[in-house]
Design a protein around this ligand. Structure first.
Ligand SMILES: *Cc1c(COP(=O)(O)O)cnc(C)c1O
Length: 381
């Protein structure tokens, strides 16, 4: 039996096709959750299926040998981000864990031991390992598993003075999501991000952006740092990167491109040829026109929610196809459950917010279908 860590509805899902998943009993569900922002090309995308077949005879060989796929993918990520070097992991938490190690090693190499503190933001989410839970700025995640990794402090988002009060001569990095995802879909203010970025530049504090959820086209750019006009020192990707295949990446800029040397970091599965081959196919699809369609459809979805003009909808926020719909007077999980009954999969995030993360290939008629179901549900309460 499974450990009791997830509450699941009774439906068993068996197949997927485009923006739909199909249950064992043959019912078709519109998926606006994308496996939590993972299935960016939807289900059964021909480019992914082709890569799976091509890669099937060499799923894994280890990082002791060259299989080419990881180098090719790394070069693509370097080109698309403007950063310099890549390390592959298997998940978001692992990528962030590696980014934290990278930042601390950079600081150790340049300043010696003791300059190891990292500032993150309240309401953030960075993963479930002991260290990434430490990095997560929400008290509810800081229970049971003591002792947590030391060296983290949490600043109020969009409040520069609060963050400045935490900066010391021991600060080596700032780690942030530019749009807080799990915390409720809160985009940071642009001025604040610019000021943070400048502060980091002045003090040689590494500016790390967790793009595990916002990256790989989700917010309408290859990664959301572009939207904010900042080039981070380190970026982490996961979720959408493999289009459903588990893979994560740490992408480092000039300052720390060579910080990890031989044996400084590693992973058995990280960068395996099958995951990288599939990820190569995903990244190739995210061309200029594709990203324009993400922005257009994101805008259309946002406007369509606003047009519902429903008394339970307090606010719609987000970028691209990463949208949060904050509710008032009704619980988000009730609305999610009612949508499930009408064969629409959606997510919740933070306090009373519905989170919509449709596959990036979604079209307007599927958006209309989602809106109709949401409307029916909200009118039935
Ligand atoms: C999901 C998420 C993570 C954790 O990723 P896992 O693959 O579940 O380890 C980390 N950071 C952000 C911003 C996320 O959304």
């Amino acid at each position: 039996m499974l450990m009791n860590t997830y509450l699941k509805p009774q439906i068993v899902f068996e197949k997927g096709d485009g923006c739909y998943v199909i249950s064992k009993s043959g019912e078709k569900y519109l998926d606006f959750s994308s496996g939590i922002g993972v299935n960016c090309l939807g289900y059964s995308h021909p480019a992914i299926l082709e890569a799976m077949v091509e890669g099937s005879s060499l799923m894994h060989l280890s990082n002791l040998y060259d299989t080419e796929q990881d180098r090719i993918l790394a070069d693509k990520l370097v080109k698309r981000t403007g950063l310099d070097s890549v390390f592959f992991a298997n998940s978001g938490a692992e990528a962030n864990e590696g980014a934290i190690k990278l930042a601390r090693k950079y600081s150790f190499d340049h300043y010696g031991s003791g300059r190891d503190e990292i500032i993150t933001l309240k309401n953030s989410f960075h993963g479930r390992t002991i260290t990434t839970l430490s990095a997560t700025g929400q008290d509810k995640f800081h229970k049971f598993y003591m002792p947590f990794t030391a060296g983290f402090s949490y600043a109020e988002p969009n409040h520069l003075a609060d963050l400045l009060s935490l900066v010391t001569e021991k600060t080596c990095a700032i780690l942030i999501e530019l749009v807080q995802g799990e915390g409720g879909v809160f985009p940071l203010e642009k001025d604040y991000v610019t000021q943070l970025f400048n502060l980091c530049q002045e003090r040689d504090i590494l500016f790390i952006v967790d793009e595990v959820q916002t990256g790989i086209g989700r917010c309408g750019q290859f990664f959301v740092s572009e939207e904010y006009n900042v080039l981070p020192d380190i970026v982490t990707f996961a979720k959408g990167l493999g289009g459903g295949m588990p893979i994560g990446a740490i992408v480092a800029g000039k300052k720390c491109k060579d910080t990890f040397g031989l044996s400084d970091h590693g992973s058995t599965f990280g960068g395996n040829p099958l995951a990288c081959r599939i990820s190569n196919a995903v990244v190739d699809k995210l061309n200029r026109d594709f990203l324009i369609s993400v922005r257009e459809n994101g805008h259309y979805l946002k406007e369509s929610i606003a047009r519902l003009n429903n008394k339970y909808i307090k606010e719609v926020r987000g970028l691209g196809l990463m949208l949060g719909m904050e509710l008032t007077g009704v619980s988000a999980s009730d609305v999610r459950n009612m949508c499930l009954e009408k064969q629409l999969l959606i997510l919740t995030a933070g306090n009373n917010t519905i989170r919509l993360l449709p596959p990036l290939i979604v079209n307007k008629s599927q958006i209309d279908q989602c809106i109709n179901i949401l409307n029916e549900v909200l009118l039935s309460i």
